[in-house]
Design a protein. Structure first.
Length: 230
């Protein structure tokens, strides 16, 4: 059962995620308006490799401004500007196991709409984490997060599942989406990553990686989630 990890495997996942957290902390002091998304993605790769990662879990996503609507957007030569939301979705491989995390933050003051949407995504993400536990059904976790976004009127802009398993592959079962009735069990590592993507405007996603145990979850992600304004 690749979905259920032993403690050695979980420690590798936790270590990979800790490298991601360290990288994010570094980025907050490093990013400046005028840098391109590609420059940021290159820095992420170099930093994580220097911290002991053996590679990337997946090509790093760095999207800013209106490009934030692209949920799997490749970084581009677009410059990061004041007024942008920047979404970074990244992870590295450590001893064969993947990390995966996403943060969105603001460069300069966000609009009221940006701040409102950020708060809704954060509320959905925290609520989703709250119900991830051994014995919970995957689609029930998705529903808790999705209901918050739908009730806030942004349901049409939440266009992907709430999470997925992580291991030697960055996307593996179990899948936390509207359709999967699989039951979560101790030893699984799953993401919780709701988002809202408004075409032509901006996107927000917040993703943590949770380890399911017999006594609740261990959130392997420690990067801050309150709205960061650089
Ligand atoms: Mn993910």
């Amino acid at each position: 059962m690749a979905e259920i990890k032993n403690s050695e495997e979980l420690l590798k996942i936790i270590t990979a995620q800790a490298i991601g957290d360290k990288c994010f902390d570094h980025l907050l002091g490093w990013i400046q308006p005028g840098m391109t998304e590609n420059e940021v993605a290159d820095e992420i790769e170099a930093y994580m490799l220097a911290q002991g990662a053996e590679g990337l879990s997946f090509p790093t996503i760095v999207v800013s401004g209106t490009r934030g609507e692209e949920i799997h957007g490749e970084p581009s030569d677009k410059k990061i500007e004041i007024g942008d939301f920047v979404t970074i979705d990244m992870g590295c491989v450590y001893q064969g196991y993947c990390g995966d995390m996403t943060r969105t933050f603001a460069i300069g003051a966000p609009t009221a709409e940006m701040a409102e949407v950020y708060d809704i995504v954060l509320e959905a993400q925290l609520a989703g984490l709250e119900v991830i536990k051994a014995g919970a059904k995957c689609f029930d976790v998705d529903k808790v997060a999705r209901d918050i976004i739908e009730d806030a009127g942004y349901g049409e802009y939440y266009i992907h599942g709430t999470g997925h398993g992580v291991g030697t592959e960055v996307h593996e079962p179990p899948y936390l989406n509207t359709r999967t009735d699989e039951v979560l069990a101790s030893g699984m590592a799953v993401t919780c990553e709701p988002g809202i993507y408004i075409p032509g405007k901006f996107g927000v996603r917040i993703e943590d990686l949770a380890i399911v145990t017999d006594f609740g979850i261990i959130n392997a992600t420690s990067s801050p989630k309150e709205l960061i304004i650089l």
